[in-house]
Design a protein around this ligand. Sequence first.
Ligand code: ATP
Ligand code: MG
Length: 176
Amino acid sequence: MPTDKPLRLFFALACPSDLAEAVCDWRDSQEVGGRPVAQTNLHLTLAFLGNQPAASVEGLNQLATKVRVDAFALRLDQLRTIGKDFACLMPSQSPSPLNQLVEQLHAGLSTHGVMLDARPFLPHVTLSRQVHALPDIQPPAFHWPVRHFGLYCSENTSSGVHYSELASWPLATPGR
Ligand code: ATP
Ligand code: MG
């Protein structure tokens, strides 16, 4: 990767592969419609940085290493459309460690001089795009044990968007 080309970066939780398979099987069985997100791309964005110089990655790694948040469980129990007709799974309650994780990352990024979207954080996992009429269905409360977070680089390729994990960090063991 050339070092002078900006990288499109975001911090996220990558959906574990067994959960991603269960979620996509459910989505496809429910005829959610639209343009489905690839199973390997399911994720929950914590902070979207947009285009950043490749040289910024080292500082971002240092910032992420300072995050202190316990591992937690996420319960994806709602199906909604948000934004531009994105069908998403969402937690009806955002666990406090998730909010702490986002707050610590956002605070670190602000110190780092990275401008973030002004909209409030809305935890969601996009399942499909261009969904104009979402079926009125309840998801089966998917359980996601969240044990780490990562920094990702997004690239558009001829076969669709591809996310590369640049680094990942473990969350703390609760009670330690
Ligand atoms: P594509 O845009 O090529 O269809 P994508 O949306 O998955 O694919 P990116 O646009 O690179 O890829 O976005 C990566 C992640 O960051 C996605 O979860 C996307 O929803 C989120 N994201 C993108 N732009 C913003 C933004 N302005 N504010 C918050 N999150 C964003
Ligand atoms: Mg996008």
